[in-house]
Structure formats: C-alpha cells, structure tokens
Write a protein that binds this ligand. Sequence first.
Ligand code: NAP
Length: 248
Amino acid sequence: MAQNLQGKVALVTGASRGIGRATALALASEGAAIVVNYASSSSAAAEVVSQIETNGGRAIALKANVANSDEVDQLIAKTMEKFGRIDVLVNNAGITRDTLLLRMKLEDWQAVIDLNLTGVFLCTRAASKIMLKQKSGRIINITSVAGQMGNAGQSNYSASKAGVIGFTKTVARELAPRAITVNAVAPGFITTDMTDGLKSDPILQMIPLARYGQPEEVAGMIQFLASSPAAAYITGQIFNVDGGMVMA
Ligand code: NAP
C-alpha cells in the first residue's frame, strides 16, 4: 500500500479509544508519526502507541485536556519538540452529557460545548499556526449526524456538533490560500464506549444499512481526507459515515 504520510506528523485528539484510536492506527499505516492525545486513559493510550510501534511506526502518547487552552498549547509545544512539524490534525475528542432540555444543568451544557466545540477551536488555532508556516496541512473535525438532524436528549451535543460544521466551513475559507484543507466527518451510530448501552431497535430502524458502524469505517474516511493526494482539492465539506441516516 502507498504510504502517503511518510515523514509527516498527525495529531489525533482523543486517540486512546473508539474512533480516535482507529484513526491513529489508520494514519500510522500511511507512515505518519502519531501523537496519541488522551485525557485520562493512560494505559489505553500506551497500548495504541505500542501497537503502532509493533507495526514499525512512530508514536507518542500525550495527556492533555483539549478543552483547556494552556494544556492545548503544551500539547502543541510537546508535539513540535518531539516531531518538529504537524501535517494532520484530527479533532476527534468528544463527550456526551445527555438529558432532556428542561433537566439539563448548565454544567452539562458547558462541559459538552467546552470540549466538543471550544476544544476544536483551541486545537485548530494552535496547529494552524504551524501549518500556515509549512504552507500545507489537513484538518479533519469530527462532527455528528446529531449536529445535522438533532436528537432528543442531546441539545448540548447537537449544538456543539452543529457549531463544528459552521467552524469547519469558515476555517476552510480562511486557510485555503495556504493550501490547508479543513473538512468534517459526521459519523452516525458507531460502536464505541460512547454508544455503549444506547443500542435499541428504534435506532436501528433509522439506519438504512440496518447495522451500527465500526470505528474503522469512520477512520477510513478520515484517512482518505488526511492522506490521499486525491483529497487535495476537497475543503469545507462534511462527509457522512452513517449507514445512510442522513441523506442531504
Ligand atoms: P469514546 O469512545 O468515548 O472516546 C472518546 C475519546 O475522547 C477518548 O480517547 C477520550 O480519552 C477522549 N477525551 C475525552 N475527553 C477528553 C478531553 N477533555 N481531552 C482530550 N481527550 C478527551 O468516543 P467515540 O465514540 O470514539 O467518539 C469520538 C468522536 O466521534 C467524538 O467527537 C464523538 O462526538 C464523535 N461521534 C461519535 C459517534 C458514535 O456513534 N460513537 C457518532 C457521532 C460522532 P480518555 O480515554 O482519556 O477518556
């Protein structure tokens, strides 16, 4: 297989588990050195690093709460110290705090917006400074079908993910003159810790392909956008990997 990211560096936020983990492995298979960011699962992050190394790749695990501006600055500084460049940023870290609007506490709202939206802003602002100097880069933001069609019980999450879509389109326009592409991937219902315990017949009936997705299926789209020469002319777009849940 062609290794399109040989000599390149990819930072994946929330890469200890789920979609981020699958993305880290997929980008490593393209030859990129990987920064495996995580918030608290240090042994899971170390396992991702060791799997990449076993496959002959290079990786480092870096703990940082990407909702925190100082920790993001540290994350970027340590990435530069270790690998000297950033070619790919995947803004994947995300949480849910689901409850109906009338029961939602301000802290449930704030925690989700802080990580899922402000975290994307902080990481993109910091990494794009480096990409602007390099005059190249690929940024992939993970949004959700919930940001496109809404989902009862997820007003905080849907708002954060809809925000990511608007952010993606605006930043794509701002960074395009320096050949930096910015796209978003919108997963549907993917089997990870986040959706553990949420599977139900009514959800399955909303999926035309009649099954839940796997993290590797989302990672495949991210890998294409991050590494393929064929993706160089694609920016400001939202790609659904959702079994057909949303058909625009
Ligand atoms: P997951 O299995 O729950 O994993 C979440 C990841 O985010 C973990 O690596 C976690 O690190 C990390 N994380 C959590 N808080 C963080 C913080 N403050 N700073 C840095 N990292 C943090 O989630 P997932 O299902 O793979 O979801 C990944 C992304 O896809 C999210 O943005 C989610 O909204 C989106 N998405 C998921 C689905 C789905 O069906 N699963 C659907 C649509 C969109 P620790 O291990 O250290 O906690």
